[in-house]
Design a protein around this ligand. Sequence first.
Ligand SMILES: Nc1nc2c(ncn2[C@@H]2O[C@H](COP(=O)(O)OP(=O)(O)O)[C@@H](O)[C@H]2O)c(=O)[nH]1
Ligand SMILES: [Mg+2]
Length: 261
Amino acid sequence: MSDPSPPAAAVAPRLLVTLATYNEAGNLRPLVEAIRQQAPQAAILIIDDNSPDGTGRIADELRATLPEIHVLHRPGKLGLGTATLAAMRFAIEHRFDYLLNLDADWSHHPSHIPALLAGMADHDVMIGSRYVPGGGVEGGFTLKRRLMSSGINGYARLMLGLTSRDNSGAFRCYRVSKLAEIDLDQVRSRGYSFQEEILFWCQEVGCRIGETPIVFRDRRAGSSKLVLSEAVAALGILLQLGVARRLGRTSRRGQSRESQS
Ligand SMILES: Nc1nc2c(ncn2[C@@H]2O[C@H](COP(=O)(O)OP(=O)(O)O)[C@@H](O)[C@H]2O)c(=O)[nH]1
Ligand SMILES: [Mg+2]
């Protein structure tokens, strides 16, 4: 007897776009508008760390007037890494299919969102990448930035065994069910090494990682929050992780790697 039920209609994946903000008052409103144009179906989560310039208030105003905007207010500047972790926990808890993160300063243009989403058909993580053909940096890097960026990427590839080219950018889409396999409590990075570290854990749970080219632009308004002490701390964390990996001491969900095979 043939099955009488009609074929299941393809259900669009539930998408959460996440924006960590610290002093992005000049950028947030038009950026949210541009995201909504590229991904009208998406929910948007803003994680604001009590920005002195009132970004959190703007986020609340957006929430009051637009559907599907969520705002997480944290009491003070707790770092981009922990903001992204909070976003990941939110996505897991609220059962989203994809989490797509971008910086809130227009460095990551929302026009790249469709390509990231398209790549999710056969990947678990899609990276918006400056370092694959077609990608780059608008206006070019200064020599200092190019050296810093290629240095940290090479270091991360060496330490963590990553094969992707752009491991330090935050413009990514993740499959939430794979994030749920990671023990997020064991993530050590609070600041800038977070991007490399979370990719490492994604790799540890068997994620298929892809890259799609993006053109990175300098921030439109405000200033960078990167401080030298955070950059140095980041190198230390990658070193620790690299040593633990070589010694076979990294674990997923608290189990040792040996006990999983
Ligand atoms: N919530 C939160 N967001 C942050 C923090 N630090 C940076 N951000 C946001 O993270 C993104 C990248 O930061 P940015 O300063 O542009 O870093 P850069 O591009 O490496 O210079 C921006 O959207 C910032 O507003 C933080 O401590 N907390
Ligand atoms: Mg920036």
